[in-house]
Write a protein that binds this ligand. Structure first.
Ligand code: IPE
Ligand code: IPE
Ligand code: MG
Length: 263
């Protein structure tokens, strides 16, 4: 009887994604998922709404995907929330975007604490409004001891400036005798990046149909699997996350070597 019901549901497609989502954990789950959350403006435009309405809707999606990633046992979820290039946008839009972390954390911090999520941020804090920094610092402080999903916001983040800053830091340490020039290798350089405590992303997702990195984690994405979807970020949900992880699970990661059965 149950099987018949299942079969019928599958035919109807009513909960097939739910079932596929449940199946995901039977295969390797990406430890670190990074997402370029793009398409908020177009989502709003399609509905004749102001661009900021798309950003607001996108915030709800952050909550949804955080919960799902946590449920799947993903270790780190890095979300590109604001790039160093996004300052070029109209002042009003930038101001709205800067208020979102406060609103998001003001509403969902208790839930994140309850779900054992650890909030982190990467990006340069100097240019951020003090209320934004305060909200993020509070969240990081209050979730410091949590050991579930790491929710890492890339806020005022740009990969090129991250690399330049790290390079300057390396030079300074060499000049001060803290680091020997001959010791510099990939591992050492990685330890100077903002992601020093994180593993490189296993899966990168970009929404909205754009096929580019837009200055996101250029060093860290060297061997990451990419998944691009036309779906706009506010519409990204369980189905799309399932599709992305299924695609990842179907890939063969070789890191320049050969597949184990070929060696
Ligand atoms: C992504 O959505 C959010 C940020 C870049 C802050 P966009 O605002 O880039 O949306 P589109 O690309 O204009 O649709
Ligand atoms: C990348 O999206 C930055 C974020 C999602 C925060 P953009 O919308 O800024 O990227 P471009 O301008 O299309 O490359
Ligand atoms: Mg965009």
């Amino acid at each position: 009887m149950l099987n018949k019901l299942k079969q019928w549901k599958r035919q109807q497609g009513s909960d097939s994604f739910e079932e596929r989502f449940q199946e995901l954990v039977k295969h390797p789950i990406p430890g670190h998922i990074a997402i370029i959350m793009d398409g908020n403006g177009r989502w709003a435009k399609k509905r004749a709404l102001p661009r900021v309405a798309g950003h607001h809707e996108g915030m709800k999606c952050v909550r949804r995907i955080t919960k799902l990633a946590n449920e799947l046992g993903v270790e780190t979820l890095t979300l590109y929330a604001f790039s160093t290039e996004n300052w070029k946008r109209p002042k009003m839009e930038v101001e709205f975007l800067m208020k979102l972390p406060e609103e998001f954390l003001g509403t969902f911090l208790p839930e994140l604490i309850e779900e054992n999520v650890q909030v982190r941020m990467m990006g340069s804090t100097g240019a951020l409004p003090s209320n934004t920094t305060k909200a993020v610092t509070k969240a990081m402080e209050e979730t410091r001891h949590n050991d579930g999903l790491i929710l890492n916001f890339a806020l005022n983040y740009g990969s090129r400036s991250e690399i330049i800053d790290s390079m300057k830091h390396v030079l300074k340490d060499v000049q001060n005798g803290i680091l020997d020039e001959n010791q510099i290798n990939e591992e050492v350089f990685s330890s100077y990046l903002m992601t020093k405590d994180l593993k490189d992303p296993d899966l990168l997702i970009r929404t909205s149909g754009e096929i580019r990195l837009s200055n996101f984690m250029l060093w860290q994405l060297a061997y990451t699997e990419f998944f691009f979807t036309d779906v706009l970020w506010p519409d990204f949900g369980k189905e799309q996350l399932t599709e992305a992880i299924e695609a990842y699970q179907g890939r063969s990661r070789r890191f320049g070597g050969l597949q184990s059965e070929e060696s």
